[in-house]
Write a protein of this length. Structure first.
Length: 170
């Protein structure tokens, strides 16, 4: 369990203020669902559809993670030696470490969301009476994780193409 906390801490330290726009966008978009009246059957159907979406995104992200870990070229090796001004475990984090930590966090987030969306219809039908807040939080987390995945892909693209020395700061 402490491994999850370490990963979250690494993610927050390396991502910094760059995560704020994605939090705001996710909050605004999921807020629309809170103020609309949704039928229970629609919420359960959307949760079931999210299982397929999250499964595909999780598979894609794991493949991306494997590619990032296996790529060994001059630009990636340079990123391994470009250190950020962040220290954790008494060592500096490199740009490469930042990308790896961010994608590992997204993989864990997608995994959690996949489990949550798989169990949501079962739990809702048996125990929950007020489903909308759980649905809005679910939508928020899905939108946030997709935006973070896109940010990681863009950062990796900028790093690999060498178009920006501080590409992972966005």
């Amino acid at each position: 369990m402490t491994n999850y906390f370490v990963l979250i801490l690494e993610y927050l330290l390396t991502r910094g203020k760059g995560v704020i726009p994605n939090i705001l966008i996710s909050t605004i978009l999921s807020g629309f669902f809170y103020f609309t009246t949704l039928q229970t059957s629609l919420v359960i159907d959307m949760s079931k559809n999210a299982v397929g979406l999250l499964g595909i995104l999780l598979g894609f992200t794991v493949s991306l993670f494997a590619i990032i870990l296996s790529v060994n070229n001059e630009i990636v090796n340079k990123a391994k030696t470009q250190f950020l001004q962040i220290r954790f475990y008494r060592q500096n984090f490199s740009l490469y470490d930042q990308i790896v930590a961010n994608i590992a966090f997204i993989i864990c987030l997608f995994s959690f969301l996949l489990i949550y969306n798989f169990l949501f219809p079962i739990i809702f039908e048996n125990t929950l009476k007020r489903y909308i807040i759980f649905f809005v939080l679910n939508i928020w987390a899905i939108i946030f994780s997709i935006l973070e995945l896109v940010s990681c892909i863009i950062n990796y693209y900028l790093l690999v193409t060498g178009k920006n020395e501080n590409s992972t700061q966005t």
